[in-house]
Structures are given as C-alpha cells and as structure tokens.
Ligand binder design. Sequence first.
Ligand code: NAP
Length: 246
Amino acid sequence: MLSLKGKVVIVTGGSRGIGSTIAKEVAKRGATVVINYNTSLNLAEKVVEEIEESGGKAFAYKANVALSNDAKNLIETTKNKFGRIDILINNAGITRDRTFRNLSEEEWNEVINVNLNSVYNTTSAVINTMLEQKYGRIINISSIIGQAGGFGQTNYSASKAGMIGFTKSLALETAKYGVTVNSICPGYIETEMTGQIPDKILDQIVAKIPMKRLGKTNEVAEAVLFLANSDYITGQTLNVNGGVYM
Ligand code: NAP
C-alpha cells in the first residue's frame, strides 16, 4: 500500500461525499488530514472520529473557502499546528443548476466563488510553503461538466473549466520546484450532489454511461492517491467517469 506517512493533507469540503472518502483514504496511508467544512460540523467530526478510531490522525476546521480570509486561516492554522503542508485537495463545490435565461447573478457568483475563487484562495495561501519545501501536490476536483458542458449548468461548467485552465498554468510555474498540480474530472458519482438530480434524469444519465452505473467516491479517491504518489505527472486532467466522456 502507498505510504503517506509524515505527510500533511488538507481536504476542502471533507465533511461529506467525495471529500470525506478522500480524507479517510489518505489517513489510512498514514497522512495527517485536515478536514475542512463550512456548515456540516457534525459530519466533519464523525469523519475525524472514524479516522482516529482506526489509528489515524485528523482534525476538523471550519472555513468558508469562498472567503479569502477563511482560506488563509485554514492554511495558516494547519502550518502552525503541523509545521508543513504537503498535499492540498481542492474539493469543496456546490451546484445551483438553472437554465441560463433563469440564472440569477447571485447564483452565478455563488458557484464561481465557492468552486473557482476558493481554489485561488487556498492555493495562493499555500503556494509559498510548498515552493520552499520543494515538495507539494495540488489536486483540483473539477468535473466532466467542465469538459463536456451540462444543460442548466453554465455557472458550474464555467467554474470547473476554470479549474482545468488554472491547473495547467500553475503546473508550468511550479514544476521545477517539485510541486505538481493536477485536476481530476469525476463523471457522475453517488453523493448528495447527484442525489439532487431527479430519478428520471438520473436514469437517462446512467443509460449513457458505458459502465451503466454511477461512480463510487472511493473510485475518485483512488485517482487522488495515484496523483499524490507521482513525481512526474503534472498539469494533467484525469477522468474518472466510467467512459462517458473520452
Ligand atoms: P457534496 O456531497 O455536496 O459535498 C460538498 C462538500 O463541499 C461538503 O463537504 C461541503 O461542506 C463542502 N463545501 C461546500 N461549500 C463550501 C464552502 N464554501 N467552504 C468549504 N466547504 C464547502 O459534493 P460531492 O458530490 O462530494 O462533490 C465534491 C466535489 O466533486 C465538488 O467539487 C463537486 O463539484 C465535484 N464533483 C462531484 C461529482 C458528483 O457526481 N458527485 C461529479 C463531478 C465533480 P459543508 O457541508 O460543511 O458545507
């Protein structure tokens, strides 16, 4: 099993869904994990408990990563508490689906702020630490919708496509310092986010997936572990989507 012993990992949006599975999987490999959440204190504490019960080290931290000061506090507190930050997983995300004609400016801004500006907020706060360490992994959880588009998802799609461009550009700047930056594009994964999709539409989506099922959160976590372990993969977009977009 891959070892992440001694590594310090931050997972934004680690209280539920994909983020909580990533947090548990990196902890199983020996990393100390900071589980960021915004509103779900109880769920974040449950993830910490589960990790500690199986002998791991975790810590829950409330921060709305859409806010620059909250993101700075998350990074600074982690650095002060554990002395370093090795892996940042930008996973926090929301949807506010609406056809473009009906989309309000507020719904546009909310999704761009939580999904994309958060990536600027956390990454800008952590980057100097990683460059000085001459080691770092930044893994951005984008989406198939950032690649293929999605009906009623102009805001979400723009935010997720933005993450991919951000990833490639930053990867160019940080490669020589041993800091890799990659994106993962999950397809449709079983979480509360896809739970919001009406059953009829979800059936139509599944029918189009070559594997004929939704993905599981641990299948995204496996991609995170793979990228965390690689020194020579950077600027890439790794699809975890059952073959629905190639
Ligand atoms: P989810 O179950 O809805 O969980 C979202 C997580 O993000 C929660 O932990 C939530 O924490 C956190 N979050 C939301 N707003 C935040 C904020 N302002 N600051 C800090 N944390 C915040 O979502 P998911 O399905 O696991 O998705 C995780 C990521 O994968 C998202 O970026 C999503 O876009 C992406 N993705 C998901 C799918 C899918 O099919 N599920 C597909 C492609 C990409 P609180 O509850 O504390 O607010």
